[in-house]
Design a protein around this ligand. Structure first.
Ligand code: AHN
Ligand code: ZN
Length: 357
């Protein structure tokens, strides 16, 4: 099987260099004091909660964003999965799309639906539906947040051939990013960040040609919804300072490496996100290393609208696909969705957007 994921940075040698740093006395005192306060806080925290040491937010960092509620995000993922697979041209897809529109409206967003017929690799005409929720649409300075909401019509990574035509549930691949963004929408309604925010749920991301398909014409068959929107944005001259794509952000113990297109085209935004995650105590999830290049919804947005975009996507260097073992299988269900991961991603993204001036 051909995977678009390519590990551009195959340098697995860790360069651990401990510099011979000489601190001035005053700075040493300051550090000691911070250490003592830090230790006291840690003792205090460990008595009162079960938060693990590595996941505990850094004591010397004061977050500015509201608390992201992972129970709420989890419930939004579960609700989507409850519709069944959300494959374009199915009634479950229509029902889930209606739910997403009503949720964004309920959270006070200005909602635009973008419907179009797009052609899939096998000639099928897909009734595509991009769903856009805007906050403070009058503001010029904006941040774009996006995720795909459709799920794959093939479980083509199943070892059992008979299962490869099954529509997948897409709890992680389809549900998780949308669940996190719905919770962020709920939070924005309560407290507006300084910049305008657009949340886009892209359709038809995951209808790419499976390996078992014959005579697939040349073309870009993935990311059909984001290709369409980036060539026909809902507002003329649409611009955003940067974009953040959430794809497969619910897996237990997920690792988010710095995806290569993001690193090349949105280096500053990548640094912002990974540094913020570290400050919040989520460095275990947001690994400070480059990952492979993934053809995902951020690529058309970068190419067609020149908006620097970052893909937060779970990469696993230990699997042959580069993604989680249940990726594009019938096992992408709620059992693989972790509230801890949703929290790490949701809080990090919220902190980034509320910090932005
Ligand atoms: C490919 O592997 C071609 N694209 C990765 C993007 C993707 C698929 N995200 C979810 N499913
Ligand atoms: Zn997928």
């Amino acid at each position: 099987m051909f995977y678009i994921i390519t590990y551009l940075c195959g340098c697995h040698h860790l360069v651990a260099s401990f510099e011979n740093t000489s601190y001035k006395k005053k700075e040493m005192k300051k550090l000691n004091l911070i250490f003592v306060i830090g230790a006291m806080c840690l003792i205090g925290c460990s008595c009162g909660s079960k938060t693990s040491k590595t996941d505990a937010p850094k004591v010397n960092y004061e977050k500015v964003s509201p608390d992201f509620n992972a129970d709420s995000a989890y419930a939004y993922v579960d609700k989507q999965v409850g519709f069944g697979p959300r494959v374009p041209n199915t009634e479950q897809h229509v029902a889930c799309g209606d739910y997403l529109v009503s949720m964004l409206k309920g959270f006070g967003a200005e909602v635009t639906e973008q419907k179009a017929d797009v052609k899939a690799f096998d000639g099928t005409i897909l009734k595509m539906r991009n769903i856009i929720g805007s906050y403070s649409p009058e503001k010029r300075d904006r941040i774009l947040l996006f995720a795909h909401w459709d799920t794959r019509p093939f479980a083509d990574n199943e070892s059992d051939k008979n299962k490869r035509h099954t529509h997948i549930l897409g709890a992680n691949d389809g549900g998780s990013g949308v669940g996190v963004l719905l919770e962020i929408a709920r939070q924005i309604q309560v407290k507006q960040p300084g910049l305008g925010i657009d949340i886009i749920f892209f359709d038809a991301e995951d209808y790419g040609a499976p390996d078992f398909a014959d005579n697939v014409p040349d073309g870009d068959w993935w990311c059909l919804g984001s290709q369409y929107w980036s060539k026909n944005p809902h507002k003329t001259n649409y611009k955003a300072r940067f974009g953040i794509l959430l794809d497969m952000v619910g897996g237990a113990n997920a690792t988010f490496y710095k995806e290569a297109y993001s690193q090349n085209y949105a280096r500053d935004a990548v640094s912002k996100i990974w540094n913020t995650a570290k400050q919040l105590g989520y460095a275990n999830y947001f690994v400070d290393k480059q990952g492979g290049a993934i053809m995902d919804d951020h690529v058309p947005v970068i190419q067609n609208l020149k908006i620097p975009c970052v893909d937060i996507i779970q990469l696993d260097p230990n699997t042959s696909s580069g993604f989680a073992g249940y990726w594009h299988t019938v096992n992408d269900d709620m059992s693989n969705v972790s509230k801890e991961t949703l929290k790490a991603v949701g809080q990090t993204v919220m902190e980034v957007i509320y910090k932005e001036q």
